[in-house]
Design a protein around this ligand. Structure first.
Ligand code: NOJ
Length: 478
């Protein structure tokens, strides 16, 4: 096997605004749903923490860029905080200090030879828009398109890679429904109109994404020549046993967890997956409703959404075992899907517990995407795990190496079109409902230090070496 990554394969690393920036109320920034949620629901964050200060990247972004330079990454994937730019979410009122912050970051990246790649929305919705119903409000598609226009106009001369919405499936289910059937605390804003709000939020995010994509094609592409795509969370799900029920459950799980928002964009027919439509429609009618709880896409909407991504961004962390299971007796996403997905108890977990090392599962998923969706260009926008060591994060290095190895196989042997890899993540940061208890960073942050010194872990040398040699050396660092 060719052990080198192709010359045009891109290596980088990522972060997101609420997780690292801090400065939650500085210089005119508006309140986000995570500001509100962490303030009012401390008990739902494992360590009671918040992102008020986080890694203080708003203040110390130059240190972030220094770390990126040391890593020698080709790009940096970061997100823009909507309410730093439009404090109320409304694009009629812009915040100049917020605009300047991202200008400075982008310019410094470019001066440092690092390509800026921007996630337009990574979960920190302006609270004002949530007050209007957030992603369950169909009007959000207008707000998002207008916000995207502002962002393309401001930064599109220098930013050529755009990720519209990060993990719309997970955001819909965890924020507007339940987190793994209530096994974990939910995410902001915690709206639980179960069986209704999850689907509505996903529906509106999908349309919002497509609107931003079409807007770019129509008004910006001819001048800016960038690429725009969506980022989907894509775990793999394999049958928990060889019973036919579990084999079907694994397929169904993949349909609900991955294909729900993938199929409408990447299939040749468009629309939601037929299996999902059928299940939810039948259950809805049996519940005495006159229509499905899964909103319907009109013929025009199907066309708007179909093909609305220049590449498929996927965040992949692990593979779960899926078993057939009745989940409660009330409508919900998990009740409709009827599965129980669990980490394989026999596989190694570097940390946190929800991540098991299953590189073969990733290879299987990449091939499934290739075979089912006509080999689209895939950008691995997140992959990684945490560590429990302070600096010597050997298990994390091992995880990354084995995952990169299957990516190499997928490209060089199986012919999957994989164009880039963004490790997660640059810094230890605010890990949503897990607070600061899960550490995904290649750089350790001393959260007691007012300057939040960034110190490279062992994984930083590992990754630098991969990028430099464009290959994986299993002996480095020993
Ligand atoms: C996916 C999310 O996009 C990111 O914000 C999070 O930190 C990682 N998963 C790890 O949980």
């Amino acid at each position: 096997m060719n052990i080198k990554f192709p010359n045009d394969f891109l290596f980088g690393i990522g972060s997101s605004s609420y997780q690292i920036e801090g400065a939650h109320d500085k210089d005119g920034k508006g309140e986000s749903i995570w500001d509100r949620y962490t303030e009012t629901h401390k008990e739902l964050i494992v360590d009671g923490s918040d992102g008020k200060d986080a890694c203080k990247s708003y203040e110390f972004y130059e240190d972030d860029v220094q770390a990126l330079k040391d890593l020698q990454v080709q790009f940096y994937r970061f997100s823009i905080s909507w309410c730093r730019i439009c404090p109320d979410g409304d694009s009629a009122k812009l915040n100049q200090s917020g605009i300047a912050y991202y200008n400075n970051l982008i310019n410094l990246l470019i001066d440092s030879g690092i390509e800026p790649m921007v996630t337009i929305y990574h979960w920190d919705l302006p609270q004002k828009l949530q007050d209007l119903g957030g992603w369950t409000n169909p009007k959000m598609a207008d707000f998002f398109e207008d916000y995207a226009r502002v962002i393309f106009t401001l930064y599109g001369d220098r930013v050529k890679w755009w990720f519209t919405i990060n993990e719309p499936h997970l955001h819909s289910v965890f924020s507007y429904g339940q987190c793994l059937r209530d096994k974990l605390p939910v995410h902001a804003p915690d709206v639980r109109f179960l069986g209704i709000s999850e689907y509505l939020a996903g529906h509106v995010m999908l349309l919002s994404h497509a609107r931003a994509y079409r807007l770019y094609q129509k008004e910006f592409y001819s001048k800016q020549r960038g690429k725009v795509g969506i980022v989907l969370d894509a775990f793999n799900f394999i049958p928990a046993s060889n019973k036919i029920e579990d084999i079907n459950a694994a397929k169904r799980t993949r349909t609900f967890e991955v294909e729900w928002l993938l199929h409408p964009i990447f299939s040749s027919t468009g629309d939601y997956p037929p299996l999902m439509k059928k299940i939810i429609n039948e259950k809805s009618l049996a519940e005495g409703r006159t229509r499905s709880r899964l909103p319907e896409l009109t013929a025009d909407e199907i066309e708007l959404i179909k093909g609305s991504s220049d590449f498929l961004g996927i965040n992949h962390y692990t593979t779960y075992l899926a078993a057939d299971e009745d989940v409660g007796d009330k409508p919900s996403f998990y009740n409709d899907a009827g599965f129980n997905a669990t980490p394989n108890p026999n596989s190694f977990s570097p940390s946190p517990d929800w991540i098991k090392m299953e590189p073969e599962g990733f290879l299987d998923l990449l091939n499934w995407i290739k075979n089912t969706y006509n080999n689209p260009p895939v950008f691995i926008t997140e992959n990684g795990c945490g560590d429990v060591q302070e600096y010597d994060d050997k298990d994390k290095i091992y995880y990354h190496k084995t995952y990169l190895q299957v990516i190499l196989k997928a490209i060089n042997e199986d012919g999957c079109k994989i164009i880039g890899y963004s490790a997660w993540s640059l810094l230890d940061s605010f890990e949503w409902s897990s607070g600061y208890t899960e550490k995904f960073g290649f750089y350790r942050i001393d959260f007691t230090d007012p300057k939040r010194k960034r110190t490279p872990k062992r994984s930083a040398s590992y990754y630098r070496n991969v990028i430099k040699t464009r290959s994986i050396d299993f002996k480095f660092p020993d």
